[in-house]
Design a protein around this ligand. Sequence first.
Ligand code: F6P
Length: 348
Amino acid sequence: MKHRVGILTGGGDCPGLNAVIRAVFRRAEQYDYEVIGIRDGWKGLMEMQCDPLTRQQVSGIHLFGGTILGTSRTNPFKKENGAETVAENMKKMDLHALIAVGGDDTLGVCNKLSKMGLNTVGVPKTIDNDLSATDVTFGYDTAVSIATECIDRLHTTAESHHRTLVVEIMGRHAGWITCAAGIAGGADMILVPEEPFNIVEVCDVLKKRAARGKKFNIVAVSEGARFSEAPGVEGSLVLQTADKDAFGHVRLGGIANILAKEIETRTGFETRSVILGHIQRGGTPTAYDRILATRFGVKAVDLVREGRFGVMVAIHGTNIEAVPLEEAVGKTKTLDMDVYETAKIFFG
Ligand code: F6P
């Protein structure tokens, strides 16, 4: 009988997910495995929402963002008997192995299920690039490209209207996207979660720039950045809502608005804010992300074939390898501060 391998995508959508799904299918086909597409992440596995994938369904999908399987932030370990239900359903569906594509939350579940004896392989994804044990995650390159293009476009208005534009970029715990897009887009100030900022110092830099004759500024700020000192908001994250999802995350967003007001009040420069939001996760993946996602998908199936479970695929240098899931989850890979130091050379 054919081996059946399940695949699900969990957490926020991310450019490259479809390339993984296609690659898993095509590699599995070579080994004569049947691939079962599970709908909407762990939710679909708990509710047995799944169907065998076909060659036609995965044909050409690597070009598209999002995930044909759908996704959710469901956490089986937060549901009554959730993990047991997942285990039972894997048995009922006759799944020899499960490939879970996701970030820290999805892979954390994958790791726990593996410890319960289920055959799981993880594939790392997140635009935030904050997963440990892999040099990079797919989706990050696309997000950086989009954010860079947005900064390029904002330059037009900033320069023409002599304004300061504050652009808020995703990155809950890490400033990877903000720093990279800020450097590429030539931002005059880059603020990241790793280093709370002093508003007086930020404004001083912008004022000095004005004294040199520059009539506009671009400030790139991560959604997870924090003021070290400012009335009422020091040290705290700026939230859209304090409600938490099943993995305990609050929804961030809005720091650009507060920062823009502070800058305008303290400098007198006309200042506006722009929140890029989900635009950064949408649309077609870059060639780099399509290739990385494809290599990850192929490797995940190879690991299933080798019977290596409780592992995650990863890229180290140019090599695609397997690392224990345990090494990848629960530890945020924060921004490389050498890169941030380089960015600072161009502040002001
Ligand atoms: O983890 C990826 C990410 O895009 C973060 O940068 C962001 O904080 C979060 O997801 C937003 O999630 P949601 O789309 O569920 O609001």
